[in-house]
Write a protein that binds this ligand. Structure first.
Ligand SMILES: C[S@@+](CC[C@H](N)C(=O)[O-])C[C@H]1O[C@@H](n2cnc3c(N)ncnc32)[C@H](O)[C@@H]1O
Length: 202
């Protein structure tokens, strides 16, 4: 895709997001994933990792509705949205994982979402390694808090360690796909791992 075309596309999704009241363009990526893979359902409990400014949580809330529950966490503060629980925390710290565990209580998650991106250093192999590390932290949440048969979406920067990560996800889920949403198909090399039907290891 040419730079010109990708800039136009970015601009298009930015305008669309503003028009419909989503806080981020990335909301459309989740909508596209949902349309294709049917990850979220009415009444579901969802953990949204790297949730700021709140676009994915907005889309998830539209689908799960008031009987569902969304818990969104980010390094940055998130402006409140009625019906959604947001808190600030660093997913690389165990204390944040403990706080999520306490917040969710007995009702485990039907879906774990991670759209986390590391701060871009400009050195791609460093950024790739950091992105893999964030996915591994998300997998800790999956192991601890995702129900059997639950679903998981995780953004990752493509690079040498991606296959190792996909292999780990494969061990835990019935189906695992790599997805590049139209809304993010630009020069960047991020993809989403779409994992369905969590298999609890005994
Ligand atoms: C692309 S944005 C997420 C956009 C969001 N899905 C939305 O639709 O509004 C990536 C987010 O990951 C967060 N992030 C990166 N590292 C994190 C960490 N260690 N703990 C928590 N959040 C993190 C960043 O602060 C940033 O807000």
């Amino acid at each position: 895709m040419t730079r010109w075309y990708s800039e136009k596309k970015k601009e298009h999704y930015y305008k669309e997001a503003k028009k419909v009241g989503y806080r981020a363009r990335s909301a459309f990526k989740l909508k596209q994933i949902q349309k294709k893979y049917n990850i979220l359902k009415k009444g579901y409990t969802v953990i949204d990792l790297g949730a700021a400014p709140g676009g994915w949580s907005q889309v998830a809330f539209e689908i799960v509705g008031k009987q569902g529950r969304i818990i969104g966490i980010d390094l940055s503060p998130i402006k409140p949205i009625d019906g959604i629980t947001f808190f600030q925390g660093d997913l690389t710290e165990d204390s944040t994982i403990t706080k999520i565990t306490q917040t969710i209580g007995d009702r485990k998650a039907d879906v774990v979402l991670s759209d986390m991106s590391p701060n871009i250093s400009g050195n791609y192999s460093v950024d790739h390694a950091r992105s893999i590390y964030l996915c591994e932290q998300s997998l800790k949440i999956v192991n601890k808090l995702l129900k059997t048969n639950g679903n998981f979406i995780c953004k990752v920067f493509v690079g040498k360690d991606i296959q190792g990560l996909i292999d780990k996800v494969n061990e835990k889920f019935q189906t695992v796909k790599r997805h590049s949403p139209v809304a993010s198909r630009k020069s960047s090399s991020e993809i989403y791992i779409i994992a369905k039907k969590h298999q609890k290891t005994i």
